[in-house]
Design a protein around this ligand. Structure first.
Ligand code: NAD
Length: 446
């Protein structure tokens, strides 16, 4: 099929490349000409495993990028909207969605053949039918259902493993105003015919995405609350507790050959610095705000959000326990990105933590193997950035593991035999407590 994608960020670019990979002709549209030029040179503007080789292979064949939205829509059969949907402090900000829909509608005015417009961005339930559809109808002067179709296809990819997630999906959710809009999407996903596919209405598709993210955020904050109780109780380590919890048959299945297999959800039942990124923080807030406008408060989800926001302060408390006064101390942040294998700094816990430490008079230094440019841009300018883990670990009083990059497994080796070993606050519980001279982990009483 001929596909156009509006918005070439993490979701739009990965989707575009993967659609081309499975045989479609794909054009990615973005407002940013420098992004478009880079993509057309086969370079990726974001760090995502496996994406660059894909671009190198497909650009100029079945994949290209452009700033010309109108032409892209005219030259395709189906258009996916993958623009940002930030939280503005009160509610979801649909400015980019409205504008993209308006521009697509104007292009549809010139088109005589049937076209399908699909919202891939995460939008609060009701947006596709009550916002996107009327904007498209008004801008095109045409009728949805008769002249064009409208659908909703939420994206579940995880940054860092996005290409893999897209190419080996666990589920495909397709919403549509009618069978024709749904069938067009089925055609796009035909190569994934063995993947469980749920066809439904647009509002349900939108809600599936929010419930999926809310349950993950809830697991994380639940685990962190339990970890904080362990710290308060003393003599109990949340890591041991969670290992015991994970052994339940709900979390660890035994295969017929006797081999135990842990369910993926267990990685969300693990204590740490809290969630970040471009999805869980904004989506939980947007859903709660949206539900409130429908007279339905969400106290459980609100507590999930509050617990997460408080987690960086817990680390400050652990540092104070070991170093007493933080003023003038030298503290290193190991990792900046909200998770490993990405350079995405959006709502990373490292930002809040760096600010708290700077307010306490700490000299903050940092190193992230990938989030270098994005890390510099997101953190306060007072943070000193290092180019290697080895240099970061010199002349410090403490180090906080913020991101669970594999490289940080080297920390024990770097500290071996050092008389001046800094205290390590393991914000992701990735090291063995006995592996470094002075260890503190979230959810553990030293
Ligand atoms: P992003 O900010 O990385 O990218 C959005 C892109 O859209 C930007 O490059 C911007 O320039 C472009 N854009 C905005 N308006 C445009 C217009 N009118 N025409 C052309 N380009 C336009 O966003 P993202 O992280 O890819 O997220 C996009 C959507 O997908 C959001 O709703 C997000 O919640 C959802 N989502 C994100 C992820 C993720 O892991 N990042 C996963 C699932 C769903």
């Amino acid at each position: 099929m001929r596909i156009s994608i509006i918005g070439t960020g993490y979701v739009g670019l990965v989707s575009g490349a993967c659609f081309a990979e499975i045989g479609h002709d794909c054009v990615c549209v973005d407002l940013d000409p420098s992004k478009v030029e880079r993509i057309n040179r086969g370079e990726t503007p974001i760090h995502e495993n496996g994406l660059e080789p894909m671009l190198k292979r497909l650009v100029g064949k079945r994949l290209r990028a452009t700033t010309d939205l109108r032409q892209a829509v005219l030259d395709s059969d189906i258009t996916f909207i993958a623009v940002g949907t930030p939280f503005d402090g009160q509610r979801i900000d649909l400015t980019y969605i409205r504008e993209a829909a308006r521009q697509i509608g104007e292009a549809l005015r010139e088109k005589s053949s049937y076209h399908v417009v699909v919202v891939k961005s995460t939008v609060v339930p009701g947006t596709t039918d009550d916002v996107v559809r009327p904007v498209l109808e008004q801008a095109s002067g045409k009728k949805a259902g008769a002249d064009f179709g409208v659908g909703m296809n939420p994206e579940f990819l995880t940054e860092g493993v996005a290409v893999d997630d897209f190419m080996k999906p666990d589920r495909i959710v397709i919403g549509g105003i009618d069978e024709r809009a749904i069938d067009a999407q089925r055609e796009v996903y035909k190569p994934f015919a063995n993947t469980p596919t749920l066809a439904t209405n647009n509002k349900t598709a939108e809600m599936i995405k929010y419930v999926s993210n809310s349950v993950l955020a809830t697991m994380i904050s639940f685990s962190n609350e339990m970890a904080n109780v362990c710290t308060a109780l003393g003599g109990v380590d949340i890591a041991d507790v969670m290992r015991g919890v994970h052994l339940a048959r709900y979390f660890t299945t035994t295969l017929p050959d006797g081999k135990p297999v842990k369910a993926g959800i267990t990685s969300f039942l693990w204590a740490g610095l809290g969630y970040g990124g471009s999805c869980l923080p904004k989506d939980t807030k947007a859903l709660s705000a949206h539900a409130a406008t429908h007279g339905q408060p969400m106290p459980l989800l609100d507590a999930v959000i509050a617990t997460n926001l408080a987690q960086p302060a817990r680390v400050v408390g652990l540092l104070e326990r070991h170093l007493k006064q933080l003023n003038g101390k030298r503290i290193a942040l190991l990792g900046l990105a909200f998770k490993p294998d990405t350079d995405d700094m959006r709502e990373s816990p490292s930002i809040g933590l760096a600010k708290l430490l700077i307010d306490k008079g700490v000299k903050v230094s940092a190193y992230d193997p990938v989030a270098r440019e994005t890390g510099r841009a997101a953190l306060p300018s007072a943070v000193a950035h290092h180019e290697s883990l080895d240099s970061l670990m010199q002349d410090i009083d403490a180090a906080v593991i913020v991101t669970s990059w594999d490289e940080f497994q080297r920390v024990p080796q770097l500290l071996a035999g050092r008389a001046d070993a800094p205290v390590i606050i393991d914000g992701r519980r990735i090291l063995e407590p006995a592996s470094v001279p002075r260890y503190e982990g979230i959810g553990r009483r030293s």
